[in-house]
Unconditional design. Structure first.
Length: 215
């Protein structure tokens, strides 16, 4: 059996682009000898001292809750459960759009929707749904910040989520939509590693022309 290379992946479940990249990494896992290891990152922590648009700041008011619950679950069950729980949360948050009103004219309680999604995700992952109470607790904030800082220190403050680290090379992204499947996913992985591991390479970017396309 081929030994698998650990790939460390830092994510915030709120971020749709990190979700896209994480689904790509699972495709890569099927065609390349890699093993994802999941870590918590926080958009709220990343942006707390930055000058960002008011609408984005408003969205981030609820962003600490999910990462607190992820940390509570990791403390209770171990970090190996993070990938499964992330999948259950991401499907509900992004694919199903559960944190947005189906009718923009209707009143919508975002905090309540977050609690419902978190409780459902915990149950679907086979974890204690009562861990949802961590959403309003600061008990896990220090651990969240430690995990966040470990990832962001590898790439610098000018990036976001996700952060990937493999074989001593760390980078933000890739930002993709839709996520490639099968061998196409593997080819992108090969190219990303080639570029990211080139000494002195820092940035390759173009404007996004489409929203995340969820399967």
């Amino acid at each position: 059996m081929t030994e698998r290379t650990p790939v460390d992946f830092w994510f915030d479940p709120f971020c749709p682009w990190a979700w896209m990249t994480s689904r790509w990494l699972l495709e890569v896992q099927a065609v390349r000898p890699v093993e994802p290891r999941w870590h918590i990152m926080s958009l709220a922590v990343l942006n707390e001292d930055k000058d960002i648009p008011d609408a984005y700041r408003e969205m981030l008011k609820n962003a600490m809750g999910p990462v607190r619950v992820l940390q509570a679950a990791a403390d209770k069950y171990g970090t190996d459960i993070l990938g499964t729980l992330y999948t259950e949360l991401g499907v509900r948050i992004h694919n199903q759009g559960r944190l947005k009103p189906s009718d923009p004219e209707q009143e919508f309680d975002t905090a309540l929707a977050i609690r419902e999604v978190l409780a459902e995700g915990l149950s679907a992952a086979g974890l204690d749904p009562q861990l949802v109470d961590a959403v309003d607790s600061t008990e896990f904030d220090e651990a969240v910040r430690r995990s966040h800082n470990k990832g962001i220190e590898l790439v610098g403050q000018e990036v976001g989520t996700p952060v990937i680290a493999v074989d001593g090379v760390a980078f933000f992204g890739p930002v993709i939509s839709p996520d490639p499947k099968g061998e196409d996913a593997g080819k992108l992985w090969d190219g990303v590693l080639l570029v990211a591991s080139t000494d002195g390479f820092f940035e390759l970017k173009r404007s996004r022309t489409r929203d995340p396309i969820f399967d």
